[in-house]
Design a protein around this ligand. Structure first.
Ligand SMILES: [Zn+2]
Length: 335
């Protein structure tokens, strides 16, 4: 999570029927039953989504005999639904089939109707299944409630002075958090192209980037490309980048808004972002996004994110050499 100053702004204070109060700028996005809306557009009588809890369906609703039956059916689908080498949907690591079990993404105790639904089954490794099970157990024990957002009527909107405001950046894909109990949007501060003209810096793979994928899904490897393949990649990308950036600039020159014009820019455009994390999260990221022979659990990251991860690791190793050495000595597994 990150905090950024976003200038002195006019603030308003919203009060809801359940007694929650939120002080924020008029342009801040707030979740309502109809989707995201700006705080300044909300009036008395509108609803916002606020955080609350609901009673967790009891484990006792699923009798042990039924649970066993579901377990037997689930293990029978294993061979069909898990490839010989497959990904754990929770940690994205690759495992042989024997190390994976099918997991109910929506737990059986939460929705019995999805117990025999193939779409609700995904391969998970044993440590991830144990962790997920313990988390669910912990939630059930803490009062048997689940967190959810509920509609809450706005009962008053008043101006509340002017002061320096801040934005918080939260890890994707959720981009929202509770501010004083109300669901608000955050800014994940990747350069977005809405506020600033994007610069023409594009990615062209270097000569060492392996270009050719061989094998079937779940079991493939990358091998060197031929000089001809490297040539066609470089030429095609450069021509496409030039063309799309020219069109982008033509639209800006014609007065078209940046947030509209940016749609022509390709994914090969470099982007910058700020993100913060602690050493433990960084180790987790590195264990997934680098390939290293010291790793107890192998990872197969896309080369491009691995190049970023390698640079991050080099900086971190300078800052925390002992922690970095311990990470390597323990099979590059995050504690
Ligand atoms: Zn896993």
């Amino acid at each position: 999570m990150d905090v950024m100053e976003s200038g002195v702004k006019q603030l308003i204070r919203l009060t809801t029927a359940s007694g929650k109060q939120l002080r924020c700028s008029r342009d801040h996005a707030i979740l309502t039953p109809d989707g995201w809306r700006k705080a300044g557009e909300l009036a008395v009588g509108d609803s916002v989504m606020s955080g609350g809890t609901a009673v967790r369906p009891s484990e006792a609703l699923v009798p042990p005999s039924l649970r066993r039956g579901i377990g037997v059916w689930t293990s029978m689908q294993r061979k069909r639904l898990i490839d010989e080498l497959d990904l754990c949907y929770l940690c994205s690591r690759t495992f042989p089939r024997e190390a994976l079990e099918l997991d109910h993404v929506v737990p059986v105790s939460l929705d019995l109707g999805r117990a025999l639904d193939e779409e609700n089954l995904a391969p998970a490794c044993e440590p991830c299944r144990a962790e997920k099970g313990a988390t669910e157990q912990g939630l059930a024990e803490r009062g048997g409630k689940v967190a959810l957002a509920k509609a809450d009527l706005v009962v008053s909107v008043v101006d509340d002075g002017e002061e320096m405001t801040y934005d918080l950046a939260v890890e994707g894909p959720w981009h929202n958090f509770l501010a004083d109990g109300i669901v608000v949007h955050n800014s994940y501060n990747e350069e977005s192209g809405r506020y600033r003209e994007l610069q023409p810096v594009f990615y062209v793979p270097g000569g060492e980037r392996r270009l050719v994928q061989q094998g079937r899904p779940g079991k493939y490897e990358f091998v060197e490309g031929t000089p001809e393949q490297h040539k066609v990649v470089t030429e095609a990308m450069e021509a496409s980048y030039r063309q799309s950036y020219e069109q982008y600039q033509a639209m800006l020159a014609a007065g078209v808004a940046r947030e509209v014009a940016r749609a022509v820019l390709p994914v090969g455009l470099f982007s910058s972002m700020y993100a913060t994390c602690n050493a433990r999260s960084l180790m987790h990221f590195l264990s997934l996004r680098t390939k290293d022979e010291r790793a107890t659990v192998p990872s197969f990251p896309q080369r491009e994110i691995e190049m970023v991860a390698e640079k991050m690791e080099a900086e971190w190793a300078k800052l925390m050499p002992l922690t970095h050495a311990a990470f390597n000595a323990h099979g590059r597994v995050a504690p």
